[in-house]
Design a protein around this ligand. Structure first.
Ligand SMILES: Nc1ncnc2c1ncn2[C@@H]1O[C@H](COP(=O)(O)OP(=O)(O)OP(=O)(O)O)[C@@H](O)[C@H]1O
Ligand SMILES: [Mg+2]
Length: 391
């Protein structure tokens, strides 16, 4: 009997893998209420059948631009039900980088029998307009990663789409949301396009902070995994690592990788050590950055690394105790409390450790909790043990 196959479908942790994929669209967005409200205000006149709206959404990688426009489009469509018929088309220009491909995709989204060749861009735009008008429909077009098309083929297609109704005695055929990582997207356009887009229609998303990333990871974990299989500590570790980039995709990647690792081991709970950022993305500091540290900073760091190899965080009290242990081991006299704290501050300023006062843990005074996001404790421990001189 092939016992190793028992794990397939055992589902000790995973109930549904779909929410761990990037394409999964959550029913509600985390921490983007203001951004959704801002879009709603840009589209405030959309109930009027002769109105078209335009918006430009920019923000860094993984800041939720794509999912924001998806959720907004879906919500808007259902909000306008019975008042205005909305046809929503989302095109990623990275997959269709030329202007004519983009136009073709728009036409195909309306009519899959749209002829592939033989029409000029102007003719395709007019056939899109006729199709929509004949069906009394309004198109909400999202051009995602639009800078890819503009850099390759200029903004001609956007100009044509923005002018779709001009000279036709019609209005309100098509609304556009342009999406890009490029914060200076508007600079790529000619003044005629900028004035049509309207300078005030721009929405800039910021990178996610740790709290939002924790909520995003929690949302995915709840949607995909059995209750109780992923602890808050695991989710916190994921959020903390992802916060170094502010990229929601990194939080989801870390979650998926740790779930797969735990399931692969046949366990029913994800442990803190299953979260291995080094395997997903490379840590941001090189281990040799510790070589030039003063000896007592090396000793403090070694104690911290030993604990962080096993645990997600260490309290400042434990860091002090471990420093004493390491000093004894290497034959040094431990420095006093004030010097210890000065060294801790220096390590933090160098980005080697992070510390915070955890308000959730009560009754312990001002305990600081120390974590390490930019270095791998195991690698550092080995290096420090090698280079520390024995006194
Ligand atoms: N506020 C949020 N709530 C829930 N999930 C989110 C949120 N923001 C992003 N995500 C999820 O994180 C992943 C990355 O988000 P998304 O693809 O929208 O980022 P992006 O800004 O478009 O990135 P890129 O610049 O690489 O295109 C997606 O799976 C998305 O569903
Ligand atoms: Mg995107």
């Amino acid at each position: 009997m092939a016992g190793y196959l028992d794990r397939i479908g055992a589902g000790k942790i995973l109930l549904d893998r779909a929410p761990l994929s990037y394409d999964w669209v959550p029913s509600s967005l985390v921490g983007r209420d203001n951004a959704l409200s801002r879009l709603a205000s840009i589209f405030s006149q959309i109930t009027n059948p002769s109105v078209s709206c335009k918006a430009v959404v920019t923000g860094p990688v993984g800041s939720g631009k794509t999912v924001l426009t998806q959720v907004f489009s879906k919500d808007l469509k259902s909000h306008l039900q019975g008042r205005r018929k909305i046809l929503h088309t989302h095109i990623n220009c990275r997959n269709h980088p030329s202007g004519s491909q983009v136009l073709q995709q728009i036409a195909l989204s309306l009519d899959e029998r749209h002829p592939e060749r033989g029409l000029s861009p102007g003719e395709v735009v007019q056939s899109i307009r006729r199709y929509l008008n004949a069906r009394d429909s309004h198109m909400l077009l999202v051009l995602d990663e639009v800078d890819v098309m503009i850099r390759r083929d200029s903004s001609d297609v956007i100009y044509r789409l923005l002018r779709v109704d001009e000279g036709k005695d019609e209005s309100g055929t098509l609304s556009i949301i342009l999406v890009s990582q490029d914060a200076s997207l508007l600079k790529l356009f000619e003044p005629a396009i900028i004035s049509r887009l309207g300078a005030s229609n721009s929405l800039i998303l910021g990178a996610y902070g740790e709290k939002d990333l924790l909520d995003i990871a929690t949302q995915r974990a709840q949607a995909s995994c059995l209750k109780g299989s992923i602890s808050d500590a695991v989710l916190s570790k994921i959020a903390r690592y992802a916060a170094s980039t502010g990229d929601a995709r990194l939080a989801i990647e870390l979650l998926e990788a740790s779930v797969i690792r735990a399931e692969g081991d046949g366990r029913s709970e994800v442990s803190i050590s299953d979260v291995k950022p080094s395997e997903v993305r490379i840590s941001s500091l090189e281990p040799n950055t510790v070589d030039g540290l003063p000896t007592h900073q090396k000793l403090i760091l070694l104690g911290i690394c030993r604990r962080l190899k096993k645990d997600d965080m260490i309290s400042s009290g434990d860091a002090l105790k471990l420093y004493h242990v390491v000093c004894e081991e290497f034959g040094y006299d431990p420095r006093g409390y004030t010097t210890f704290w000065k060294h801790m501050k220096s390590l933090e300023n160098l980005g080697m450790i992070e510390s915070r006062t955890d308000s959730a843990i009560r009754g312990r005074g001002r305990t600081q909790h120390i974590t390490m996001s930019n270095l791998l404790p195991g690698v550092l421990e080995a290096r420090l043990s090698d280079i520390l001189p024995i006194d």
